[in-house]
Ligand binder design. Structure first.
Ligand code: ATP
Ligand code: MG
Length: 143
C-alpha cells in the first residue's frame, strides 16, 4: 500500500451528460484527492498520441473521433492505492460487465462511450499525468 497519483478523464459523453460533479463526488467520497484539474478540447493529434497504445486495435479510429467529439475534464487523483482504487470506482470497460454501483455500470452507454478514463498502472499513470500536466500544475495538499 502506498500513496499514488493517477490520471483520470471525464470523457466527452460524461461532460455532455453533466456528470462532472457526480464523478468528482465519487472520487472524493472514496478518499481520493483531486490535486490538479482542467477542461480541454482535445485535438486529433493529441487524442491519437494519448491512445497510441491502441493504434492497431480495430476501434482506434472511432475511439479518437469520440475523444475529440467534445470537451473532456482531466484530473490527477492522489491517495492510497489511487490507481487501483480509481479503476474500482470506474468499473469494467464494458458497462455490461461493470460491477453494480460503479460509474460505468451506472452511466456508460457502451463499451466505447464509457464516461471515464483511468490509468492502468504506475508507468502509464506517470506518463499520462505528464501528458496533460506540468509538475507546477499539481497542487500538493497541505491541509
Ligand atoms: P481507459 O483506458 O479509457 O481507462 P480501459 O483501460 O478500461 O479504459 P482500454 O482497453 O484501455 O480500456 O480501452 C481504452 C478505451 O477504448 C475504452 O475505455 C473505450 O472507450 C474504448 N474501447 C475499448 N475496447 C473497445 C471496444 N471493443 N470497442 C470500442 N471501443 C473500445
Ligand atoms: Mg486503458
Amino acid at each position: 500500500m502506498a500513496i499514488e497519483r493517477t490520471l483520470s478523464i471525464v470523457k466527452p459523453d460524461g461532460v455532455q451528460k453533466n456528470l462532472i460533479g457526480e464523478v468528482y463526488r465519487r472520487f472524493e467520497q472514496a478518499g481520493l484527492r483531486i490535486v490538479a484539474a482542467r477542461m480541454i478540447q482535445l485535438g486529433q493529434a493529441q487524442a491519437e498520441a494519448f491512445y497510441a497504445v491502441h493504434r492497431e486495435r480495430p476501434f482506434y479510429r472511432d475511439l479518437v473521433s469520440y475523444m475529440i467529439s467534445g470537451p473532456v475534464v482531466v484530473q490527477v487523483l492522489e491517495g492510497e492505492s489511487a490507481i487501483e482504487r480509481n479503476r474500482e470506482i470506474m468499473g469494467a470497460t464494458d458497462p455490461k460487465k461493470a460491477a453494480k454501483g460503479t460509474i460505468r455500470a451506472d452511466f456508460a452507454a457502451s463499451i466505447e462511450e464509457n464516461v471515464v478514463h483511468g490509468s492502468d498502472g504506475p508507468d502509464t499513470a506517470r506518463n499520462e499525468i505528464a501528458f496533460f500536466f506540468a509538475q507546477s500544475d499539481i497542487c500538493p495538499r497541505r491541509r
